[in-house]
Design a protein around this ligand. Sequence first.
Ligand code: SF4
Length: 100
Amino acid sequence: MRFAGRAKTKKHGILLDGPVNDDGRCKSCNGACCRSFPSVDLSWVEYERLRDLGATRLHFSMTGHCKLIIENGCEFLADGRCTIYLDRPDVCRRFFCQDV
Ligand code: SF4
């Protein structure tokens, strides 16, 4: 028996060496990567920047990476778009996902 419907496409995420600035990519997947991971590693400067932007789901660490918790969706994701696109963390800038 065959089922009619949309075929599922698997995605594979990688961290590139440098940033990718193309918010058009975000439109096509409705921010799937911003809802699919538990957290994003932050530098101290990024931690302070997101705190100043009003982030409420920050995790501070003296010994490891500070983190932005994005489990169940990043608080800066709205309508499938990053609302702090120009201030987003380096990991978000370098994240790239492709169909496999
Ligand atoms: S900061 Fe922006 S790009 Fe990064 S996880 Fe949140 S919504 Fe996505």
